[in-house]
Design a protein around this ligand. Structure first.
Ligand SMILES: [Mn+2]
Length: 385
């Protein structure tokens, strides 16, 4: 039985700008987080004595990465001592002035480029083929130029691009899982999606450090063990966490809140158990209210958090008495529902034990608000739990 152990990571995005918070200090802390997450990957490789490391594109941000960070990268990759396979992604494409072309990379690093997409490591019985980006945007890749798998070797394809998406969107190398599987490789080390996604042996590990509110949860990379027995390759993947922070996008419907104090209480409840340093929070207030809300003032309660932003997307409460009098569709709707509510309330008085009637009344009250919402905005949003 032959065995291989390697680490698969992608989408590190060294020196990502992190401009959304608006302060330089925050951006610096977060860029350091990315480096710490990457060091966690290298340490894991050392600890587990991994045979090699795969980085499936977007290692750094071409437009922002500094020489200082490249020096640091050079140092830590050299210290890793293990072979490292890298393909360029859409944020670090293989263009004319790419660091992949002009930089003197350590000897243990293999950049898989169009000139040299295929590397064999005889001592590991390993064959690696890589397809990265040579521009910031690229359409459908030509999979026919990929070498067929090498017999008697572990065959890994490294690829950066979108999988099983709408194929009319051609900007980021769209492929289907069926197309990849038809190549008969043993493991497909993908990059581009920043949250974990896998279809059998086609794997996106996600970004080791999450980069925005659309990347919730814990992030990390995969430690993969491949075994070859009786001509069959088996993969075993273990996720390990590397991320320093966690993004939380929250919505709070404050329609029922009677005072600013209550709104503040509800916000505190919504973030209970979260950590000021570890958890980054964006909370959006929703619903209908007459309260005067100042998001900045409420945010001040959380000024000691690394990132806590409140957005106010509440709308003015409905004035039902006024709408009822108007000769519009909304007026007719309110009159109709209120009429039905009145007759149900009468019945409830006569049959106070009948729970179905009470449920019906609650439904009508909700229909009144949702119906008006739909008539006014053309859609219904639901932020309840
Ligand atoms: Mn990326």
């Amino acid at each position: 039985m032959q065995k291989l152990r390697f680490i698969h990571c992608a989408d590190i995005h060294l020196d990502a700008p992190f401009r959304d918070h608006g302060t330089q200090k925050y951006a610096e802390i977060r860029r350091q987080d990315i480096k710490t997450a990457f060091l966690n990957i290298l340490n894991k490789a050392k600890e587990t004595q991994a045979d090699f490391l795969i980085i499936s594109g977007d290692l750094y941000e071409h437009d922002y990465v500094t020489k200082k960070t490249m020096d640091w990268l050079n140092m830590v990759l050299t210290e890793a001592e293990t072979p490292v396979f890298i393909i360029p992604g859409n944020h670090d494409p293989y263009i004319r002035n790419s660091w992949y072309k002009v930089w003197d990379w350590p000897e243990n690093v293999h950049i898989l480029s169009p000139e040299r997409p295929h590397v064999i490591l005889e001592e590991l019985k390993l064959s690696v083929y890589g397809i990265g980006f040579s521009a910031f945007k690229e359409g459908k890749p030509d999979l026919s130029r990929i070498n067929p798998p090498e017999e008697g070797y572990f065959n890994i394809l490294i690829f950066h691009g979108t999988l099983d998406m709408d194929f009319t969107e051609q900007d980021y190398k769209p492929v289907s899982s069926d197309e990849l599987k038809a190549l008969n490789y043993d493991y497909y080390a993908l990059g581009h999606f920043h949250t974990i996604r896998n279809v059998d042996n086609i794997v996106y590990p996600g970004s080791p450090e999450p980069l925005g509110f659309d990347e919730p949860g814990e992030h990390g990379a995969f430690l993969v063990t491949m075994t070859l027995e009786n001509g069959q390759v088996q993969n075993n993947s273990q996720f390990f966490k590397t991320s320093q922070r966690q993004y939380h996008q929250k919505y709070l419907d404050i329609t029922e809140a009677g005072s600013l104090q209550e709104v503040k209480m509800r916000i505190l409840e919504a973030v209970e158990g979260l950590d000021k340093q570890r958890d980054l929070v964006r909370l959006t207030l929703k619903g209908r209210t007459e309260l005067a809300l100042d998001p900045e003032e409420i945010s001040d309660m959380f000024s000691d958090w690394l990132y806590f932003k409140i957005r106010n997307e509440t709308r003015k409460a409905f004035d039902l008495d006024l709408i009822e009098k108007s000769p519009t569709l909304k007026g007719a709707f309110v009159r109709e529902i209120r009429e039905r509510l009145k007759s149900i309330e009468k019945e409830i008085k006569n049959h106070p034990e009948n729970m179905l009637l009470k449920e019906e009344a609650e439904k009508l009250e909700m229909a009144l608000i949702f119906g008006l919402e739909a008539l006014e905005t053309g859609k219904i949003e639901w932020w309840g739990e």
